[in-house]
Design a protein around this ligand. Structure first.
Ligand SMILES: [Zn+2]
Length: 59
């Protein structure tokens, strides 16, 4: 799966071509898949992210 960061909005102009390495858990929404570069920014800027963050390794 490709990175959906840093905002997690489909069709966002900030589309990232890198493969996802982590999943960030969100409230009432599917987990957000992000690459290492966007892991930090997504925790701070994506919507509905759990706090404290809950992150898992994709592979
Ligand atoms: Zn990315």
């Amino acid at each position: 799966m490709r990175c959906q960061g840093p905002y997690g909005r489909p069709g966002d102009a900030a589309d990232c071509p890198d493969p996802a390495r982590f999943e960030v858990v969100r409230y009432r929404r599917p987990a957000l898949a992000v690459c290492p570069v966007h892991l930090g920014p997504s925790l701070l800027m994506a919507g509905d992210v759990l706090w404290p963050p809950q992150v898992s390794l994709v592979r």
